[in-house]
Design a protein around this ligand. Sequence first.
Ligand code: HEM
Length: 436
Amino acid sequence: MKSGTSKRLLWSWTPESLREADDAIVKNLWLHWFPGTVTRRSISFTYSFWLGTISAVLFAILTITGIVLMFHYTPSMERAYTSMKDINYAISYGWFFRSMHRVAAQLMVVTVLLHMMRVFYTRAYKRSPGNLGNRPFNWIIGIFLLILTLALSYTGYLLPMDQLAYWAMMIGTSVAGSVPVIGGYVQTVLTGGTEIGQNALLRFYVLHCVVLPFATVVFVAYHMWRIRKDGGLACMDQIVLRKKKDTASPASTKTYSLLGIARGVDVSVKTSSHLEEEDLIKSTPNVMRRVWLVTLLTLIVTIALSIYFKFPLEAPADPAMAPNPAKAPWYFLWLQELIADTTFTLFGITFNGAFLGGVVIPSIVLIWLAAVPYLDRGSTRSNGIWFPRERLRQNLIFTLVVLVILALIFIGAFCRGPDWIFYWPWEQWPVAPIKF
Ligand code: HEM
């Protein structure tokens, strides 16, 4: 037996040549996802840590577990909380699917952020040396994906309609309402009225289950397509640069074009990538095996965490009784902290920080992030390399911004007690007065 039964069971096909590998991607829908060949560095764990793929796998887990939850959840003010209770305590394995959904949502926020940091630190947002495609644009698509990920997580937060959900929702919509001129309108559009009730719940449900997942699928598909169009992962640029240096340019002899079809000084075809056979490995089975491995590991970690962590429901939402302190989800705590820090009283007038802390500062951070590829005028030499020396300044500024955000999240999570007063994590809070 040439390949052996076990080998055939585990992997049925390995292309014999690069030509066969390239042919396969046009014949097979699944293989079409990847190029026929890639560089070794592209698939090494130490380059990308596969964080983009892990984020995509988590999104798939969220979609599947979300559909299971949708069979049992009712988006109405009367039934939302009780249907969540049914899922948690009455329906077989309901707690498990809910737990997996919550764990995957938190993990996805973390992995998308880490993926963005990886792309920044490896300067993978710049065009390739051959000026192929448009990586800066793919970085901007990535920023939309980050916003979509946060929006998906946040809109899901309201659905259980418990105290945690209701008050996190109040904080979010009042920040939107603080935008001058259009704020009130945005708030009304989000909540479907003047208070958080049936209209708000239905709007968040439709956004969470239809609009945002659909937009995410479209953006992820485009993001992946762009990677191919942009000349592959940025680590390839190093090989291209090396090869370019080694290859002498063809001498300019005649200036004619081949019947106007091929532009240039001669009729020799220049390869766009400069990559040769020895630089490449076949995607099948090398990339495919790793994709399955990453998928399996992500699934195992998500399942393990879902069994370990319990997510009890809080008391049903009560508009008359605000928990004190009422905290936003952890990934928005830095904004809540900024809002508190930028709220101050001067000559008896209180200036509300919701606009400055909740709208202006995060908008500046987002605009700065979007502009990063265009502000960076460095050389292609540092594309696809972790922490290159010549980018020390940029990396320090980026790390500083990340650390400030993490510090604000830490303060919001562990150092804020009733009335948002500062306490050290080891200090005892006074008994919280309940606000009416
Ligand atoms: C739902 C969220 C996202 C998904 C599913 C996703 C998926 C991916 C995947 C699978 C890759 C291939 C390399 C890898 O696995 O790391 C990739 C590369 C890339 N991603 Fe994302 N991504 C997401 C969000 C983002 C964000 C937030 C940014 C930046 C703001 C970004 C920018 C990029 C860029 C520029 C590349 C090319 C990297 C290179 O050439 O090395 N992505 N993404």
